[in-house]
Ligand binder design. Structure first.
Ligand SMILES: [Zn+2]
Length: 81
């Protein structure tokens, strides 16, 4: 889980499930650590930054992708206000 807002970035660890060698015993293997950035969009009416996670390779979340204002996607992550 990410730290409480305000946050800029956090690292999440990705694990993959390994087939149980012993029945009923599931193991996870650490795969990699991924850095998750916060969307840089400033919500002017609310006076704070967007709380969604930025898309991989982008500074903005799905709702705030620049140059794609055709549709305003709903917030995909709810972290509570
Ligand atoms: Zn955003």
């Amino acid at each position: 889980m990410p730290p409480r807002a305000p946050w800029i970035t956090f690292t999440t660890e990705v694990y993959e499930k390994i087939k149980p060698v012993v029945r009923g015993q599931v193991t996870y293997r650490f795969v990699r650590a991924e850095e998750v950035n916060r969307c840089e969009k400033v919500l002017e009416d609310k006076g704070r930054r967007c709380r969604n996670e930025a898309e991989r390779g982008s500074k903005f979340c799905r709702a705030h992708q620049p140059g794609d204002s055709k549709q305003e996607a709903p917030a995909i992550f709810s972290r509570g206000d």
